[in-house]
Design a protein around this ligand. Structure first.
Ligand SMILES: *Cc1c(COP(=O)(O)O)cnc(C)c1O
Length: 365
């Protein structure tokens, strides 16, 4: 089976972990500091604060921006649950805005209608690795004096107008094994604001900057030096990994784009899409999605649906009283299918995927 995701762990990562283990300092230490510096440099910001998951990065970024009970944060319902849940953690409320059907990202033109006196922030998600429309989002945020927190958990190295995501607002990244780079579990916050970074630094460590003196209510969100050592090594390879993902995606699109009922991913001119996921749409003219998945799997092709149920329709959110309708998100949840393009996928693998689609198409006619 060609897996839908595969962390790229090599000899360098194993050696880096061994070195940390041998050093005896395995909790947050020198390796975390080095990783933060390297990641900040890579994104092009002044500061990075490492934490132990992407979810922790989002939660910390919201708290450090002063978001809490009574506030509303505008975001997309077509995302991983962590985006919206991190807003709930603070006592604030997610206010959902539907998505564009070409990029699957929040529809910036619909944000204005959702702004109320309680709105404090906009949290766009760069879904699958393609940046949201950061030009419009930054304009709207500027006009209404709103904070921007980017959920860049799937978009390490992605660019909008040649600027890396994580530069526009507070950036939040995940290093879970399925992402473009990994630290096993892990996350990081990027910012140009030094005071903000200090607050985030305290929040991840029980609200403490001086050991055993606690200024604010914080958490244990610390990254380990073991994770950071993996991250330092992975970051050096990230551009190469992304290049392979992009090349694989272009190849698949070339082979699938003319099949009726298959809508291959659209990449906007002003953006660099880093293909954490290669996600296409299957329209009913092509066939039933479940049937297509069954045939792909039988032929050894791993697949995934990100995401089968939008956040506003999850039981948790229904129970919280969310009743809004987001037709594009709901339609995409029914149509999308992700195929493997990670760096271990070979041209033979891609040919197998394309041939399987062609066979399904031919049998139908
Ligand atoms: C992975 C992911 C997260 C959460 O990251 P974790 O490291 O799993 O906590 C948040 N948002 C999006 C869009 C993600 O893909």
């Amino acid at each position: 089976m060609i897996p839908i995701a595969k962390p790229q762990i090599g000899e360098e990562e194993i050696k880096a972990v061994q070195d940390v283990m041998n050093s005896g300092i395995i909790s947050q230490g020198e390796a975390v500091r080095e990783f933060e510096e390297n990641f900040a440099d890579y994104i092009g910001v002044e500061n990075a604060v490492a934490v132990n998951s992407g979810t922790a990065a989002l939660h910390t970024a919201l708290l450090a921006n002063g978001i809490g009970p009574g506030d509303e944060v505008i975001t997309t319902p077509f995302t991983f649950i962590a985006t919206a849940n991190s807003i709930l953690f603070t006592g604030a409320k997610p206010a959902f805005v539907d998505i564009e059907e070409d990029t699957f990202n929040i529809d910036a033109e619909k944000i204005q209608d959702k702004i109320t006196p309680k709105t404090k922030a906009i949290m766009p998600v760069h879904l699958y690795g393609q940046p949201a429309d950061m030009k419009r989002i930054m304009e709207i945020a500027g006009d209404h004096n709103l904070i921007v927190i980017e959920d860049a958990c799937q978009a390490h190295g992605a660019e909008f107008n040649k600027i890396k995501v994580g530069n526009f607002g507070t950036g939040c990244f995940s290093f879970y094994p399925t992402k473009n780079m990994t630290t096993s579990e892990g996350g990081i916050i990027t910012t140009n604001d030094k005071k903000f970074a200090e607050t985030a630094n305290a929040l991840r460590n029980h609200g403490s900057l001086i050991r055993y003196y606690h200024e604010i209510l914080g958490y244990n969100y610390r990254m380990t030096d073991i994770g950071a050592a993996i991250g330092i090594t992975q970051l050096k390879k990230l551009d190469k990994f992304n290049e392979i993902r992009i090349k694989n995606a272009q190849y698949l699109t070339k082979r699938l784009k003319d099949i009726r009922g298959i809508l291959t991913p659209i990449v906007k001119n002003d953006r660099k899409h880093v293909f954490n996921q290669y996600t296409l749409r299957i329209r009913s003219e092509f066939g039933e999605r479940d049937k297509v998945i069954e045939i792909l799997n039988k032929n050894g092709v791993g697949t995934a649906i990100y995401y089968p149920l939008p956040v506003h329709q999850q039981r948790l959110y229904m129970n919280l009283g969310y009743t809004g309708k987001f037709p594009s998100s709901e339609r995409m949840a029914n149509d999308v299918l992700s195929l493997p393009v990670h760096p271990s996928v070979t041209e033979d693998n891609l040919d197998l995927i394309a041939e399987t689609f062609n066979n399904i198409n031919n049998e139908k006619n």
